[in-house]
Design a protein around this ligand. Structure first.
Ligand code: ADP
Length: 259
């Protein structure tokens, strides 16, 4: 059977019970299911979300115990909203592979913008967030989609800020690399990732320390979205990390030959 399955899957088919389903079609069905399910969940969720926010406004009128329940409810709703958004992004990412629009992007300007927008979160977590341009020379432009690049850097920064304790430092570095690349690094002084876990962290729903990640609001989807974006942009991502010392996520892009 194994041989048959591998031959069949080589031909683009796999066995499901008695019927043979084309692999492409079943994959497409999965993507469609994820998109539809997340879309359907989004509306009731946003109703719950806004109701909880309304309740929050008159929290003082509630007895202590109910206030406590409301707090928990708020956190869980927020987590679900993030999860549904991530699922939608993953499904959309798959859709975008069939035709996302590309443009010339100035990574250092984009990094400046994203770092600025994350400063309040960094301050709230007691972390110093820095942007390091390394050189005064203009960076070569890259080909990409600025929304996706924005999301990629936001995911990496969000993680760096999540997994770095107060008093730590997160630095974004943009630099040109030889012969014709542009590198974007997000370096933190956080908890680090055990070496044996590094191959898994880009898998969907994978979290190194489930309890900790959950507590911090993670669903294990951020890096799989990041990896998806990197693949679509034909760039490369790699991680170096040391437990207790920190991590460095680096994405290397091809410079746009026309810039
Ligand atoms: P999550 O939503 O749980 O953060 P991700 O897919 O973004 O999911 O990351 C997967 C796991 O990789 C995280 O749960 C965490 O254990 C680990 N991780 C990611 N970024 C960092 C980082 N900068 N420092 C330490 N661990 C990290």
């Amino acid at each position: 059977t194994a041989v048959l399955i591998s031959i069949a899957s080589g031909l683009g088919y796999y066995f499901a019970g008695k019927a043979m389903i084309p692999v492409k079609k079943s994959y497409q069905q999965q993507v469609d299911f994820t998109t539809n399910a997340s879309h359907e969940l989004r509306t009731p969720l946003s109703v719950i979300h806004s109701s909880v926010e309304l309740l929050e406004e008159c929290k003082e009128l509630l007895p202590k115990f109910e206030q406590h329940i409301l707090e928990g409810l708020k956190d869980e709703v927020k987590r679900m909203v993030r999860l549904v958004e991530s699922l939608l992004t993953l499904a959309r990412g798959d859709a975008k592979k069939r035709g996302g629009h590309m443009e010339q992007v100035d990574l250092s300007a984009l990094a400046y913008q994203v770092v600025g927008s994350m400063q309040p979160l960094a301050a709230q977590n007691g972390i110093q967030l820095l942007l390091n341009r390394q050189s005064n020379e203009a960076l070569p432009l890259i080909q990409g989609n600025s929304d996706q690049l924005h999301q990629l850097l936001t995911i990496l920064l969000d993680n760096a800020l999540k997994y770095t304790p107060a008093g730590g430092e997160v630095t974004v570095v943009c630099k040109a690399v030889k012969p014709s690349g542009v590198s974007l690094q997000v370096i933190d002084t956080g908890i680090g990732i055990p070496m044996e876990e590094l191959p898994n962290i880009f898998d969907r729903f994978y979290r190194v320390d489930k309890a900790r990640s959950r507590e911090l609001g993670g669903a294990g989807l951020g890096l799989s979205i990041a990896a998806d974006i990197v693949k679509q942009l034909q760039a490369h991502i790699h991680v170096t990390s040391e437990e207790g010392k920190g991590s460095c996520f680096e994405v290397v892009f091809h410079a746009d030959s026309k810039s």
